[in-house]
Each structure stands twice: as structure tokens, then as C-alpha cells.
Design a protein around this ligand. Sequence first.
Ligand code: AMP
Length: 395
Amino acid sequence: MKYIDQIDLKGKKVVCRFDFNVPLDEHSNITDDVRIRAALPTINYALDEGAKVIIISHLGRPKGEVVDKLSLTPVARRLSRLIGKEVALARDCIGMEVKQIVENIKPGCIVMLENLRFHKEETDNDDGFARELASYADVYVDDAFGNAHRIHASNVGITKYVNECALGFLMKKELNYFSKALENPFRPLVAVVGGSKVSDKLHALGNLVNKVDKMIIGGGMAFTFLKAMGYEIGKSIVEDNLIEAAARGIERAKKLGVKLYFPVDCVTAESRDRKAVTKIVPVQEIDPNWMGLDIGPATITLFREVLDDAKTIVWNGPMGVFEIDAFSRGTFAMAHAVASSHALTIVGGGDTDVAVHQAGESDYITYISTGGGASLHLLEGKELPAIKAIKECGD
Ligand code: AMP
């Protein structure tokens, strides 16, 4: 597998796939440009090497239709500002007009093609569509980590029709951090897993239990485990069909000598309403008509202590319904604890990343992944389809 700096780019047409799926407000203003900034090392390198840079990306879910609000116009404008260079935006990503634009591009210049997902062939991994995208490229560079768990034309299909493929610097960084944490970590390695459902993270839990020394389970998913241990969990979120799997997971952890930690108290309410009256109770005392919506203060103290001697921490998923003030303390306390630890700390998963920013701790985390789904895929121990495609390119 090659990286961009192992390929000669001078004067070549280099198609770069990025994940510029940035959040927009109702006026199409970009509210967070982290994903554009994360692409700059690759873009600047390609420009410095004298490549003709052709950028492709998706934005939102237009489902194969042209949706004006999901045009890459604001992205091209922001990128242009960030690199201090004009970024022309083509009106489409395929067709005669694009072909001509690509043919006329000069070394050291950039053109961005319009949202790939305006064509449903992109998500269908359509062969003809992939071949057309590939026809613009002497070299293909994939730096779209956020999309790397998908099998789409612009990240998998395309690699069959380009002779030289490589990964960009963002991909390199993401893969390096996850491999540092999971393959040869400084120990103790602690996984902190939260979020709403066990089902979303069952495979990740199954893989992590083989690698970690300790595992903290918080958030809504903890209640399925607590129920498996025989607690009354009231109306807390639960997946009854996974209670047995949760019980088996606890047994497996015991056998492997992995220490598991669950909430010992929680913030409860009768509903998720912002104005609901709240009560902090030990997990043994959850009212049958109430639900647990955040970890309580005793749990925060416990989890903090668990993290104390950690040398590596991987965190995915909030500890409670942090979008609502009354249920946000546990998640923010976890953000402070992870940030102030002496460990190598890696945060992945869209929501967790938002929580860390809101807690004001993003500068104190070693690495915040730019891809929720893709990072979960890595935690599951699976190879990302986009990476596999790059490895097989030119075979
Ligand atoms: P996920 O996408 O699986 O990481 O889950 C994130 C979501 O889990 C957030 O939107 C939280 O509001 C939600 N969540 C966390 N804790 C709880 C809980 N105790 N009950 C219900 N939802 C929760």
C-alpha cells in the first residue's frame, strides 16, 4: 500500500477523494470546517509537487438528485480561502464539460468537481461511473477517511481503473493512531464505550474485549448490561434481544481477565424532556417508571479512578444524553478526565467528538478521529474497504 509521498506527482492529473461532508446551517454556511482543514496537508503537498489537482467529494445525502443546498460551492470557497488559491468548481462531476476542464488544468492548480452523490451511481458503486471518474486520473489519492467504510464508486470502484493509487496524509494519521492504540499499545489500555445502543457497537465491544485491559461501559447501552446483571432499570433504554449477548460478554471479559466497569449511579427522570425533574440514584434504586439518562457523580468518581493509570485510552460514545444540559455532566466529566490523563487518548465517533468540543477539551486530546463510522469499523477490527481497494490497485 502506498502513500501520496511515495508517488511522483509532477505534472500529473491527481484525483483526490476527500470527505468534505461538513455541517451547514440553513443558509448553507459551514458551521465546522475541521474536515476541510484535515485535507490541507495532502492538498498542499500535491500542489507543491506540481500536480494538477482534481478534488472529488460528497456532501450530505442528496440520494442521486441535484439538490442546490448540497452544492460544494461553500466548500470550494472555504478551501480557496484556506490555501490562498483559486478553487474552481465544475458544475458536475461527470460529462463532457468536466472532461474539458480536467484536460485544461495547469500544474499546481486545483479544480473541484460537484457533489458526487448528485448521481446515485456513486453510492451504487456503479462501474461506468467509477470508470468515468478514473478517466480524469493519472494518479488516484484517497484521503476520505470519513467515507472509508463505504463501498462507493469514488473510493472503491475507481481503483480498478487507475494504474497508480495511494492514500493521503489524513488516512495515514488515522490509521497510525488506531494501530498505535489497538495493535501495540502502551498499557494499561482502557476502552470507554457509550452511546445509545449495544447493537451499534456489539462487534466493536467483541473485538475490544480481546485487546484492552479495562473497559468502561456507560451511556444508554449500559442499561442492557445492568439488566443482564439483574438490576431493575425502569424505563431506561434497553435492547431486550441483546441481554443474553451482554451476559455472555461479561463472562468473556471475566475469562480474559479484562476488568469491566459499569455505572454505579445515574441521573434519572420520568422523560427526556429538558425541563423534567431529575433524581440521582444508585443503580439499585432506579424507579420502575423513571429512566437513566446520564451517569451519576459516584460513577464519575469511579470512572476517573479507572482512567488514572491508563497509558492509552480509546473513547467512543457519550455517557448520557449530553445534548440536554441536565444529562450532560457525565459526558463532560469524562471529556475532562480523558483530556487530563497522561495517556495517549483517541476519541472517535461523531457524537463523542462534538461532546469533547463542547467541553472545551479538544486541544487536549491526542487525536480526534474525523470519521465516526470508519473509526467504529477499525474498533471492530475490520479492514476498511477503501484501504483494501488501494492495496489491490494495479494488481
Ligand atoms: P451513538 O450514536 O450510539 O454513539 O449514541 C449517541 C447518542 O446516545 C446520543 O445522542 C445520546 O443522547 C444517546 N444516549 C446516551 N446515553 C443515553 C441514555 N442513557 N439514554 C438514552 N440515550 C442515550
